[in-house]
Design a protein around this ligand. Structure first.
Ligand code: KG4
Ligand code: ZN
Length: 333
């Protein structure tokens, strides 16, 4: 079995995965969303302090598996440096005390392998990764052959939901609440600009749309300084429609060049049902097989880190204790 630790942002999570059967023997995650919600986003130092409390609590429940462990895996990049450090410190301590090798796991590979939890991997695959930190299209041929095809020039897809939510005073994380508000709104009420519509390139940008939403909100503020609930619903619906129109325009472009055999959406924002249904339609029209993670594995978790670690373990991809390091801004894989 492999014990895996995830602490790249605001989720403290530990999993135990069987290396032969791929069974997820243990999995727990403690989210910090409530504690960060008042600030409208993740506060790194607070997140690190909360990991210090949560990770050891979860680890206590895993002691029974210690005799069966063959390696300790941990997310080392990308993410917030102060929070990654908490997971890496725990992994190092476990590696020394249990005399086990260390496996350094890339968080983005983790999101991709969330598709294969308790399942065999299906590769090659074209992947749309949409999270709080990333908006990318990746061509994944194998564990160690992943190519970045497109990414965002500024904000990410999930982040834009978080920022709209913050501007409307709806708390953090923004994705689920903006999606819920959008259900009650008129998506055609506000005309917002679809980013990079005229650009022939396959790339993403969300900062312009965010500013357009900010201006729209300012126009909706009444004499009492309040934006009505109906205005909030309509803003969320119009924003969500536009944000997804942008993703779909670029993804269609990609499919036009060459429709992939296997396609998937991963990352926290892949839980968005509006996005899922449009991608489902696109794949159906192109004869592409669509793979989706279970909703519980879309956002950050240690089960996906453990699943990558099983593949790295099979390939004997270990990292020496002195070499394991946090690479918070790592680009690529
Ligand atoms: O993958 P994740 O848990 O953390 C990162 O690696 O960033 O993704 C979290 C992001 C947040 O920005 C959150 O607002 C967004 O995913 N998200 C959504 C939805 N659910 C979560 N965005 C849009 N629609 C959703 N339903
Ligand atoms: Zn993530």
């Amino acid at each position: 079995m492999i014990l895996s630790i995830e602490s790249s942002c605001d989720d403290s999570s530990i999993a135990v995965t069987n290396t032969e059967t791929l069974e997820l023997v243990y999995h727990k995650k403690i989210s910090q969303e409530l504690q960060h919600s008042v600030y409208g986003g993740v506060v790194p130092e607070l997140a690190a302090r909360l990991h210090i409390e949560a990770l050891p609590k979860i680890l206590e429940e895993c002691v029974q598996y210690f005799p069966k462990l063959k390696a300790i895996a941990v997310t080392t990049a990308p993410g917030l440096s102060v929070t990654l450090m908490e997971g890496v410190t725990m992994a190092k301590a476990l590696s020394i005390s249990l005399d086990l090798p260390l496996i350094s796991v890339n968080h983005l590979k983790g999101h991709i392998y969330s598709l294969f939890i308790e399942k065999e991997e299906v590769l090659p695959m074209t992947i749309l990764l949409v999270s709080g930190g990333h908006t990318q299209i990746i061509e994944a041929n194998s564990l160690n052959d992943m190519k970045l095809i497109a990414s965002t020039m500024d904000d990410s897809f999930g982040e834009s939901f978080d920022k709209v939510s913050k501007m409307l005073g709806l708390g953090y994380p923004g994705g689920p609440v903006v999606q819920e508000y959008a259900l009650k709104g008129n998506e055609n009420r506000f005309e917002l600009p679809v980013p990079l519509r005229q650009s022939p390139n396959i790339e993403f940008s969300y900062s312009g749309l965010k500013n357009a939403v900010r201006l729209t909100i300012e126009k909706c503020v009444n004499e009492d300084g309040i934006v009505s609930d109906q205005d909030k619903y309509d803003i969320c619906a119009s924003f969500q429609k536009t944000a997804i129109a942008h993703i779909m325009q670029k993804t269609k472009k990609l499919f036009k060049q060459k429709a992939p055999v296997n396609f998937s959406i991963v990352g926290g924002a892949s839980a968005n049902t509006y996005l899922r249904s449009q991608i489902e339609d696109l794949c159906k029209k192109n004869g592409t097989t669509l793979y989706l993670s279970q909703l519980k594995y879309c956002s950050d978790n240690a089960a996906m880190i453990g699943r990558v670690a099983v593949e790295q373990y099979k390939q004997k991809e270990f990292t020496k204790l002195d070499d394991i390091d946090v690479k918070s801004r790592l680009k690529g894989f």
